[in-house]
Design a protein around this ligand. Structure first.
Ligand SMILES: Cc1cc2nc3c(=O)[nH]c(=O)nc-3n(C[C@H](O)[C@H](O)[C@H](O)COP(=O)(O)O)c2cc1C
Length: 256
């Protein structure tokens, strides 16, 4: 890991979008702080998010394609697919990873989920011994910068569109699995092109203020609070939360 290296991962089909502009603001602010800035603009890179046998050198006798074993074998034999190897290299170099994406169908866009599926490769980024508290990416921090079309009330714990913090939990937990500290996300609500008149103007002003504030977000990165996850010791031998352990999320709780 190189200190002061920020990887910006953008999962939006157009850099001219608000998400694109926000990611650019993160890159610019990080560079101004003296960071080396690495970029993964997934759509522009035409990153293939589909984990499949075609990415690996296999013969017919290899049998059923088992993604975990194939990833592990590729890591052992130095045959990680080139596009994935490039992404793993960036991940290893960065001490900060900032993800920019819109909420699509109550989760990250498929291209980002697929980037997780392929880049968080077994053997290369985690193993049975190196995950959670012993993850290979301990000491590094990740931040989600997310836009939603729904408004703040609809995205709240009792909102009609579902609690956005919970919707982001599986993606955050994937990073936690690798050992990352995952910071409290930065979320901008009500981002869509259907506002009219004064509402459209208000949204424009708000989005401009978000871009202007991004240098402060990046300057305060190390002081930003982190999400809480259970430590390994808080689970029993079967992997169940111990009765005396705290529950930090409805995903891991004491009652069904
Ligand atoms: C395929 C698709 C699915 C979407 N699903 C959701 C959703 O589940 N929740 C939500 O709040 N907004 C949803 N939206 C709205 C987007 O979050 C919104 O368009 C985006 O945040 C705007 O950012 P942009 O201007 O940078 O594209 C969806 C949009 C698309 C295109």
């Amino acid at each position: 890991m190189n200190l002061n290296t920020t990887l910006v991962v953008l999962a939006h089909p157009d850099r001219r979008s608000f998400n694109g502009a926000w990611a650019k603001a993160t890159g610019k602010a990080s560079a101004a702080l003296g960071h080396t800035v690495l970029w993964s603009d997934l759509t522009a890179m035409e990153f293939d998010p589909v984990e499949a046998a075609r990415h690996y050198r296999r013969s017919l006798s290899d049998g059923v394609f088992d993604p975990l074993k194939e990833q592990e074998k590729a890591a052992e034999t130095g045959r990680i697919p080139k596009d994935v190897a490039g992404e793993i290299d960036k991940l290893r170099r960065a001490d900060r990873v900032v993800f920019h994406f819109p909420l699509w169908w109550f989760g990250p866009p498929a291209i980002l989920k697929g980037w997780f599926d392929r880049v968080f490769a077994h053997g290369a980024t985690h193993s049975v011994e190196e995950r959670f508290d012993t993850g290979r990416f301990l000491g590094r921090k990740a931040l989600f910068c997310v836009t939603t079309g729904s408004n703040e009330a609809e995205s709240a714990f009792n909102g009609k569109e579902g609690d956005v913090q919970m919707l982001l939990w599986p993606a955050a937990y994937a990073l936690r699995y690798l050992g990352f500290t995952v910071l409290v996300p930065e979320i901008v609500h009500g981002v869509h092109g259907y506002h009219k008149g004064a509402r459209a103007e208000r949204l424009r002003d708000h989005l401009t203020s978000v871009l202007k504030a991004q240098p402060d977000v990046m300057a305060a990165f190390d002081r930003r609070p982190a999400l809480h996850f259970n430590s390994d010791a808080e689970f029993d031998a079967q992997g169940r939360l111990k009765p005396q352990s705290p529950s930090h999320s409805l995903f891991i709780r004491h009652t069904p």
